[in-house]
Design a binder for this molecule. Structure first.
Ligand code: ACO
Length: 707
């Protein structure tokens, strides 16, 4: 049982700020609790009244002298702390603070909110809000909110950071005939956040699906941990709004520019088994599907239709959303041929023609559902003179109940003529849509979740040997001592080596003679690259020369590079020039990392080179979830670069194992050192045998506690 049970199923409730005035929120809250058939005692608190709504009224919660589980607070912000203090003294377990005027109004409000939080902490009270609408549980039942109305009983929990969104959805749900188990407004999330509430709803026996509207998630690491557990119990579908690309625009690395918080949310949701809705429609379409239908065993979809055009649209959607059109067995085809008119299309989509009455729908739908090659079915109906939408709706419900292991969805394409039929379907647990795409998208969501549940638990993190943390620590300390935030090429190269990542050998030369000497030692040909903390894109300032075959060529290139840099960036400090061995050919990919404020290091992989941002052929993972070879392989295989790596057009395959090792070790490095804020290895050259990090860029920032 969830530790927030007292909040959703309280024995006794106090309403602080209860009022006789029907215009006040304190009245609405009290009225809602009474009307929701709440079974426990209700204690209105108002120093000026003796009785409200027929209930004895108290000056303070301290006067109640009986246990109170929850106090709903609806007094002005300036009184809230005093009331919270009294609640603490009275042993109240949880507060629902409706009052607005806290952190959302600025500094002073934030201070008051912090005070509220510390009072709650002191007394071990939990708090929903402040600045929230309250909560409702249709099963306990309790309506501790000032919303208009109480939802129909159902098995969907809806958690919303926006109070306005919550009350709008509530109103809309009556029209849609949707039922809910819980409605929760999180408000400012000073104490309880969506993470606590998701955890609680996952343990609620009356909840089958958890929906969430969030604007921000502030504890990314805990979100991933809690949701990974919760999503194994119930599907969690989240609509995340307000994803900004400002962070991405400010980034200096390729990875940083590609990443952005949206990618981090995507990676975090995926890692924790959370489905991401793209819109409000999407959120509730999926909710209806999950709440009423079984999960599909697989993706093979059958379509039964009385019209060709919509069936083509639905078939396109099946392909677009990664499902498959079912291929019927011979028995199914024979049976369909025997009973359907000769003009009907017997193959998927089954077109039973515009003159189809209910009997034809019944026969075709039952036949395809019974086919072992079919995992789910879609019924399309367009209104024609002879169509029987309501009768067919009853048939769909009946067949869905009879074959209740395969999901069925209905698309009733039309307006008024189909309203009754659609409404019958909805109230009888068949998700009914007006157009095909959302129905297929909902099926996609269900399939994604079914596959997540079926996937084996991730194996243990790989044991990586040959890691020298101390060496990296020393390099970073030297960089900080030099008051820099960017590692020089040879330092970055040493960091790679310390983590067992094969890297092109790089040495710093401070004169042309020294450069020539190093070239001699490395063996020609070599490459030269300018070494300056101010120069991120060396080629742009003429700071790179490659394929130098002699000491003479090296010296000449050295002078030219210095000249170029002086010309383009006269003020840039020059530490010298790096001499690097020329690395054998291979496929150039990028491995990088951008640190997300909420979710930590986000690792990127994709096609490398200078067009990486243009092509955006990349995949992302949170480093915390990138600890096994299987996950790295999956990450690589999501890109088109993978096609090249496997050996495109007769080319020999590249060493994907070596590349995986580079990604795994990079992931470990950025997890071990919080100081690394951004990183690009662009390119990593993947050879037939081995993979070499060619150009490594590491940006750092000092942190208080060393990682
Ligand atoms: N203990 C008990 N009762 C008290 C106390 C106290 N310490 N102090 C005041 N009261 C009583 C008052 O006497 C009054 O009762 P009365 O009508 O009998 O006189 C009652 O509590 C309410 O106090 P008021 O001063 O009248 O305050 P009012 O009801 O106007 O406003 C409220 C209080 C609603 C909390 C307001 O300050 C507020 O925050 N409003 C915004 C709420 C909101 O929008 N929340 C976010 C929702 S999310 C969304 O956007 C939809």
């Amino acid at each position: 049982m969830s530790n927030l049970e007292f909040l959703f199923n309280p024995a006794h409730i106090a309403v602080v700020g209860a009022s006789r005035s029907t215009q006040k929120i304190g009245y609405a809250v009290l009225d809602n609790i009474i009307k929701s058939s709440f079974k426990g005692n209700i204690y209105p608190i108002n120093p000026n009244e003796e009785e409200i709504a027929g209930l004895k009224t108290y000056c303070s919660v301290l006067d109640v002298k009986a246990p109170i589980d929850v106090a709903v607070i609806s007094v002005p912000a300036k009184h809230a702390a005093k009331v919270a203090e009294e609640c603490g003294q009275a042993g109240v377990k949880g507060l629902i603070v409706i009052t607005a005027g806290f952190k959302e109004v600025g500094k002073e409000g934030l201070k008051q909110e912090q005070e509220l939080r510390s009072i709650c902490k002191r007394y071990g009270m939990r708090m929903l809000g402040p600045n929230c609408v309250g909560l409702m549980d249709t099963h306990s039942p309790v309506n501790a909110s000032f919303a208009e109305g109480f939802p129909n009983r159902g098995n969907i929990s809806f958690i919303s950071q926006s109070g306005a969104m919550l009350v709008s959805i509530l109103d809309w749900s009556f029209e849609m005939g949707m039922g809910f188990s819980r409605f929760i407004s999180t408000g400012n999330k000073a104490d309880l956040t969506e993470i606590d509430l998701i955890e609680s709803c996952a343990d609620d026996p009356q909840t089958n699906v958890i929906l969430c509207y969030v604007e921000d998630i502030t504890d990314g690491e805990r979100f991933v941990r809690v949701c990974s557990e919760a999503s194994k119990k119930k599907p969690i579908i989240i609509l995340k709004s307000g994803t900004s690309s400002a962070g991405a625009q400010a980034a200096s690395s390729h990875t940083g520019a590609l990443a952005g918080s949206n990618r981090a949310y995507d990676a975090a949701f995926r890692q924790s088994g959370v489905l991401r809705a793209e819109s409000m429609n999407d959120l509730f379409d999926m909710a209806r599907a999950f709440a009423t239908q079984p999960l599909p065993g697989n993706s093979r979809t059958a379509i039964v239709t009385n019209a060709g055009g919509p069936a083509i649209v639905a078939t396109d959607a099946v392909e677009k959303y990664g499902l498959k059109m079912a291929r019927f067995t011979k028995e199914t085809i024979d049976k369909l041929r025997e009973h359907l008119p000769s003009e009907a299309n017997l193959y998927n989509p089954v077109d039973i023609l515009g003159d189809a009455r209910d009997d034809r729908y019944r026969f075709a739908l039952e036949t395809v559902i019974e086919d072992e090659n079919v995992d789910n079915a879609l019924v399309l109906l367009c209104p024609a003179a002879v169509t029987e939408p309501e009768k067919t709706a009853r048939t769909i419900v009946e067949l869905n109940n009879k074959h209740n292991h395969k999901p069925v969805m209905a698309v009733y394409m039309g307006g008024k003529t189909l309203t009754e039929g659609r409404s019958y379907l909805t109230t009888n647990s068949i998700p009914a849509f007006t157009f095909p795409e959302p129905s297929v998208n909902s099926l996609r969501g269900m399939l994604q979740y079914a596959q997540y549940l079926k996937a084996p638990d991730p194996s243990e993190p790989v044991e990586l040997t040959g890691i020298d943390k101390k060496a990296v620590r020393k390099i970073l300390d030297d960089v900080f001592a030099d008051r820099r935030v960017v590692l020089l090429g040879h330092e970055a190269s040493d960091v790679m080596s310390a983590y067992g990542i094969q890297v092109s050998k790089t040495y710093l030369a401070e004169s042309e003679d020294e450069a020539a000497e190093i070239g001699e030692k490395l063996g020609f040909p070599v490459a030269l690259k300018i070494s300056s903390p101010r120069i991120a894109h060396k080629t742009d300032v003429g700071g790179v020369a490659i394929g130098l075959h002699s000491d003479k060529e090296v010296k000449k290139a050295y002078r030219k590079i210095i000249e170029n840099v002086h010309y383009y960036l006269p003020d840039a400090p020059i530490y010298g020039i790096e001499v690097q061995d020329m690395v054998e050919e291979g496929i150039e990919v990028i491995v990088g990392m951008s640190r997300d404020v909420q979710f930590g290091p986000l690792v990127v992989f994709g096609l490398g080179g200078i067009y990486v941002n243009l092509l955006e052929d990349v995949s992302f993972r949170l480093a915390s979830g990138l600890t096994t070879r299987e996950e790295v392989k999956k990450m690589i295989s999501e890109t088109r670069a993978y096609t090249l790596l496997k050996g495109y057009r007769g080319k020999k395959p590249a060493d994907i194992e070596a590349l995986s090792e580079t990604i795994l070790r990079t992931s470990r490095l950025v997890s071990d050192f919080r100081e690394i804020t951004e990183m690009d290895i662009n390119p990593v050259r993947v050879h037939y045998k081995g993979a070499t990090a060619l150009d490594v860029k590491i940006t750092v920032e000092e942190v208080n506690e060393k990682g």
